[in-house]
Design a protein around this ligand. Structure first.
Ligand SMILES: Nc1ncnc2c1ncn2[C@@H]1O[C@H](COP(=O)(O)OP(=O)(O)OP(=O)(O)O)[C@@H](O)[C@H]1O
Length: 248
Protein backbone atom coordinates (compact mmCIF):
# COMPACT_ATOMS: atom_id res chain seq x y z
CA UNK A 1 0.00 0.00 0.00
CA UNK A 2 1.32 3.51 -0.76
CA UNK A 3 2.33 5.55 2.27
CA UNK A 4 0.17 8.47 1.16
CA UNK A 5 -2.80 8.69 -1.17
CA UNK A 6 -4.38 11.92 -2.35
CA UNK A 7 -7.75 11.50 -3.99
CA UNK A 8 -9.31 14.59 -5.55
CA UNK A 9 -7.93 16.57 -2.65
CA UNK A 10 -8.94 20.24 -2.42
CA UNK A 11 -8.24 23.12 -0.07
CA UNK A 12 -10.35 26.27 0.09
CA UNK A 13 -10.11 29.32 2.29
CA UNK A 14 -13.58 30.86 2.26
CA UNK A 15 -14.39 31.59 -1.40
CA UNK A 16 -10.78 31.09 -2.47
CA UNK A 17 -9.92 27.73 -3.99
CA UNK A 18 -6.21 27.30 -3.26
CA UNK A 19 -5.64 23.69 -4.32
CA UNK A 20 -7.81 21.39 -6.42
CA UNK A 21 -7.83 17.95 -8.04
CA UNK A 22 -4.72 16.66 -6.31
CA UNK A 23 -4.39 12.98 -7.20
CA UNK A 24 -1.13 11.26 -6.39
CA UNK A 25 0.27 8.32 -4.47
CA UNK A 26 3.57 8.48 -2.62
CA UNK A 27 5.55 5.42 -1.56
CA UNK A 28 7.63 5.16 1.60
CA UNK A 29 11.17 6.41 0.98
CA UNK A 30 10.40 8.86 -1.81
CA UNK A 31 12.01 12.31 -1.77
CA UNK A 32 9.45 14.65 -3.29
CA UNK A 33 10.48 18.17 -4.30
CA UNK A 34 7.69 20.70 -4.76
CA UNK A 35 8.06 23.77 -6.96
CA UNK A 36 5.55 26.36 -8.12
CA UNK A 37 4.83 30.08 -8.30
CA UNK A 38 4.64 32.10 -5.12
CA UNK A 39 1.23 31.84 -3.49
CA UNK A 40 0.11 28.75 -5.41
CA UNK A 41 -0.46 26.71 -2.25
CA UNK A 42 2.77 24.79 -1.60
CA UNK A 43 2.90 25.58 2.11
CA UNK A 44 -0.82 24.90 2.39
CA UNK A 45 -0.14 21.46 0.92
CA UNK A 46 2.59 20.80 3.50
CA UNK A 47 0.28 21.98 6.28
CA UNK A 48 -2.30 19.41 5.20
CA UNK A 49 0.34 16.69 5.35
CA UNK A 50 1.37 17.93 8.79
CA UNK A 51 -2.23 17.98 9.99
CA UNK A 52 -2.42 21.68 10.87
CA UNK A 53 -4.81 22.33 7.96
CA UNK A 54 -7.73 20.04 7.14
CA UNK A 55 -8.62 19.17 3.53
CA UNK A 56 -11.78 20.90 2.28
CA UNK A 57 -12.74 18.08 -0.09
CA UNK A 58 -11.42 14.74 -1.20
CA UNK A 59 -9.24 12.35 0.72
CA UNK A 60 -5.76 12.44 2.19
CA UNK A 61 -4.81 8.97 3.40
CA UNK A 62 -1.79 7.84 5.41
CA UNK A 63 -1.41 4.04 5.35
CA UNK A 64 -4.92 3.92 3.90
CA UNK A 65 -6.47 5.91 6.79
CA UNK A 66 -7.46 9.61 6.90
CA UNK A 67 -4.47 11.57 8.13
CA UNK A 68 -4.79 12.58 11.81
CA UNK A 69 -5.97 16.16 12.05
CA UNK A 70 -3.19 17.25 14.33
CA UNK A 71 0.58 16.90 14.11
CA UNK A 72 2.11 13.78 15.66
CA UNK A 73 5.50 12.13 15.87
CA UNK A 74 5.14 10.52 12.42
CA UNK A 75 5.59 13.86 10.74
CA UNK A 76 8.56 16.11 11.48
CA UNK A 77 8.84 19.59 10.07
CA UNK A 78 11.62 22.08 9.31
CA UNK A 79 10.85 25.61 8.13
CA UNK A 80 13.11 28.10 6.40
CA UNK A 81 13.28 30.08 9.61
CA UNK A 82 13.05 27.80 12.54
CA UNK A 83 12.14 28.94 16.00
CA UNK A 84 14.26 27.46 18.72
CA UNK A 85 14.24 28.38 22.39
CA UNK A 86 16.85 31.15 22.70
CA UNK A 87 17.59 30.56 26.38
CA UNK A 88 18.38 26.85 25.89
CA UNK A 89 21.64 25.52 24.52
CA UNK A 90 21.79 23.49 21.32
CA UNK A 91 21.77 20.30 23.39
CA UNK A 92 18.92 21.60 25.54
CA UNK A 93 16.85 22.39 22.48
CA UNK A 94 17.35 18.92 21.03
CA UNK A 95 16.56 17.21 24.37
CA UNK A 96 13.46 19.29 24.99
CA UNK A 97 10.93 17.30 22.97
CA UNK A 98 11.83 14.01 24.65
CA UNK A 99 11.95 15.64 28.07
CA UNK A 100 8.43 16.96 27.57
CA UNK A 101 7.06 13.63 26.47
CA UNK A 102 8.67 11.68 29.31
CA UNK A 103 7.80 14.19 32.03
CA UNK A 104 4.23 15.00 31.28
CA UNK A 105 3.32 15.60 34.94
CA UNK A 106 6.44 16.80 36.67
CA UNK A 107 8.00 18.90 33.96
CA UNK A 108 11.51 17.54 34.57
CA UNK A 109 13.22 14.22 34.00
CA UNK A 110 16.04 13.08 36.19
CA UNK A 111 18.61 10.34 36.51
CA UNK A 112 18.97 7.49 34.05
CA UNK A 113 16.11 8.61 31.87
CA UNK A 114 17.61 12.06 31.43
CA UNK A 115 20.99 10.51 30.75
CA UNK A 116 19.48 8.37 27.99
CA UNK A 117 17.78 11.38 26.40
CA UNK A 118 21.05 13.32 26.58
CA UNK A 119 22.95 10.49 24.85
CA UNK A 120 20.38 10.22 22.10
CA UNK A 121 20.44 13.99 21.59
CA UNK A 122 24.24 13.99 21.45
CA UNK A 123 24.21 11.17 18.89
CA UNK A 124 21.71 13.12 16.79
CA UNK A 125 23.84 16.27 17.01
CA UNK A 126 26.82 14.22 15.81
CA UNK A 127 24.77 13.01 12.84
CA UNK A 128 24.05 16.57 11.76
CA UNK A 129 27.62 17.73 12.45
CA UNK A 130 26.88 19.84 15.53
CA UNK A 131 28.65 17.78 18.19
CA UNK A 132 31.09 20.62 18.91
CA UNK A 133 28.33 23.21 19.25
CA UNK A 134 26.20 21.47 21.86
CA UNK A 135 26.82 24.10 24.55
CA UNK A 136 26.28 27.10 22.31
CA UNK A 137 23.11 29.16 22.32
CA UNK A 138 21.05 29.58 19.13
CA UNK A 139 22.13 33.20 18.56
CA UNK A 140 25.74 32.00 18.41
CA UNK A 141 25.00 29.73 15.43
CA UNK A 142 25.31 30.47 11.72
CA UNK A 143 22.28 29.99 9.46
CA UNK A 144 23.52 26.58 8.32
CA UNK A 145 24.10 25.49 11.91
CA UNK A 146 20.59 26.61 12.86
CA UNK A 147 19.14 24.46 10.11
CA UNK A 148 21.26 21.53 11.30
CA UNK A 149 19.80 22.09 14.76
CA UNK A 150 16.28 22.17 13.31
CA UNK A 151 16.94 18.87 11.52
CA UNK A 152 18.29 17.27 14.70
CA UNK A 153 15.19 18.40 16.61
CA UNK A 154 12.86 17.03 13.96
CA UNK A 155 14.70 13.69 13.75
CA UNK A 156 14.66 13.12 17.52
CA UNK A 157 10.99 12.21 17.12
CA UNK A 158 11.95 9.51 14.60
CA UNK A 159 9.43 10.75 12.03
CA UNK A 160 8.52 8.67 9.00
CA UNK A 161 7.78 11.79 6.99
CA UNK A 162 9.95 14.88 7.02
CA UNK A 163 8.40 18.11 5.75
CA UNK A 164 10.85 20.78 4.62
CA UNK A 165 9.58 24.26 3.72
CA UNK A 166 12.43 25.92 1.82
CA UNK A 167 14.89 24.73 4.45
CA UNK A 168 17.98 26.01 2.63
CA UNK A 169 16.47 29.13 1.01
CA UNK A 170 18.20 31.59 3.33
CA UNK A 171 21.66 30.00 3.17
CA UNK A 172 24.76 30.95 1.17
CA UNK A 173 25.40 28.72 -1.86
CA UNK A 174 28.46 27.02 -0.32
CA UNK A 175 26.65 26.18 2.90
CA UNK A 176 23.65 25.05 0.89
CA UNK A 177 25.85 22.46 -0.87
CA UNK A 178 26.90 21.05 2.52
CA UNK A 179 23.27 20.90 3.62
CA UNK A 180 22.38 19.03 0.42
CA UNK A 181 24.90 16.33 1.31
CA UNK A 182 23.56 16.20 4.85
CA UNK A 183 19.91 15.85 3.88
CA UNK A 184 20.80 13.13 1.36
CA UNK A 185 22.61 11.21 4.08
CA UNK A 186 19.78 11.64 6.61
CA UNK A 187 17.19 10.58 4.02
CA UNK A 188 19.07 7.34 3.51
CA UNK A 189 20.11 6.63 7.10
CA UNK A 190 16.65 7.24 8.55
CA UNK A 191 14.69 5.78 5.64
CA UNK A 192 12.65 8.97 5.49
CA UNK A 193 9.92 10.03 3.13
CA UNK A 194 10.65 13.68 2.42
CA UNK A 195 8.56 16.52 1.00
CA UNK A 196 10.63 19.61 0.30
CA UNK A 197 9.37 22.93 -1.04
CA UNK A 198 12.04 24.80 -2.96
CA UNK A 199 12.21 27.84 -5.20
CA UNK A 200 15.39 26.45 -6.74
CA UNK A 201 14.51 24.06 -9.56
CA UNK A 202 18.10 22.85 -9.75
CA UNK A 203 18.01 21.96 -6.06
CA UNK A 204 14.81 19.99 -6.66
CA UNK A 205 16.31 18.08 -9.56
CA UNK A 206 19.55 17.29 -7.79
CA UNK A 207 18.13 16.18 -4.44
CA UNK A 208 14.76 14.58 -5.01
CA UNK A 209 13.58 11.27 -6.45
CA UNK A 210 10.42 12.93 -7.74
CA UNK A 211 9.47 16.48 -8.67
CA UNK A 212 5.97 17.93 -8.42
CA UNK A 213 5.11 21.20 -10.14
CA UNK A 214 2.11 23.09 -8.75
CA UNK A 215 0.40 25.54 -11.10
CA UNK A 216 -2.96 27.05 -11.90
CA UNK A 217 -4.29 25.64 -15.14
CA UNK A 218 -7.56 27.53 -15.19
CA UNK A 219 -7.99 31.26 -14.81
CA UNK A 220 -11.22 33.22 -14.83
CA UNK A 221 -10.42 36.96 -14.89
CA UNK A 222 -13.88 37.70 -13.47
CA UNK A 223 -13.47 35.25 -10.59
CA UNK A 224 -9.75 35.02 -9.81
CA UNK A 225 -10.35 32.92 -6.70
CA UNK A 226 -12.59 30.32 -8.36
CA UNK A 227 -9.84 27.96 -9.47
CA UNK A 228 -6.91 26.62 -7.53
CA UNK A 229 -3.53 25.23 -8.39
CA UNK A 230 -3.03 21.55 -9.10
CA UNK A 231 -0.12 19.24 -9.88
CA UNK A 232 0.74 19.98 -13.49
CA UNK A 233 3.91 17.89 -13.72
CA UNK A 234 4.86 14.80 -11.77
CA UNK A 235 8.37 13.85 -12.83
CA UNK A 236 10.16 10.74 -11.62
CA UNK A 237 13.85 11.52 -11.20
CA UNK A 238 16.69 9.11 -11.49
CA UNK A 239 17.51 9.01 -7.80
CA UNK A 240 16.27 6.09 -5.77
CA UNK A 241 16.90 5.95 -2.02
CA UNK A 242 18.25 2.45 -1.41
CA UNK A 243 20.55 2.02 -4.40
CA UNK A 244 22.22 5.43 -4.22
CA UNK A 245 25.68 5.30 -2.63
CA UNK A 246 26.08 7.47 0.44
CA UNK A 247 27.41 10.94 -0.29
CA UNK A 248 30.54 11.49 1.80
N1 LIG B 1 -4.69 30.45 6.94
C1 LIG B 1 -5.03 31.01 5.76
N2 LIG B 1 -6.17 31.70 5.65
C2 LIG B 1 -6.55 32.25 4.47
N3 LIG B 1 -5.82 32.18 3.34
C3 LIG B 1 -4.67 31.51 3.40
C4 LIG B 1 -4.20 30.89 4.60
N4 LIG B 1 -3.02 30.27 4.35
C5 LIG B 1 -2.76 30.50 3.05
N5 LIG B 1 -3.74 31.24 2.47
C6 LIG B 1 -3.79 31.67 1.06
O1 LIG B 1 -3.58 30.52 0.28
C7 LIG B 1 -2.77 30.84 -0.85
C8 LIG B 1 -1.58 29.90 -0.90
O2 LIG B 1 -0.67 30.21 0.14
P1 LIG B 1 0.64 29.33 0.41
O3 LIG B 1 1.39 30.00 1.51
O4 LIG B 1 0.26 27.93 0.59
O5 LIG B 1 1.42 29.51 -0.97
P2 LIG B 1 2.92 29.11 -1.33
O6 LIG B 1 2.88 28.47 -2.66
O7 LIG B 1 3.53 28.34 -0.23
O8 LIG B 1 3.60 30.55 -1.44
P3 LIG B 1 5.15 31.00 -1.27
O9 LIG B 1 5.93 30.28 -2.32
O10 LIG B 1 5.10 32.47 -1.50
O11 LIG B 1 5.56 30.61 0.12
C9 LIG B 1 -2.40 32.31 -0.73
O12 LIG B 1 -3.29 33.05 -1.55
C10 LIG B 1 -2.64 32.61 0.72
O13 LIG B 1 -3.03 33.95 0.89
Amino acid sequence: MPLLQLKNLEKHYGQQVVLERLNIEVEEGEFVAIVGASGCGKTTFLNMLLGTEAPSKGQLLLDGEPIPDEPDAHRGVVFQRYSVFPHLTVLGNVMLGDEFSSARWLGRVWGKKRQAIRQRAQAMLAQVGLEHAQNKYPHQLSGGMQQRLALAQALMKQPRILLLDEPFGALDPGIRGEMHQLITRLWQQHNLTIFMITHDLKEGFSLASRLLVFDKLRHDPHAPEAWGATITYDLPLDRAQPSEPLVA
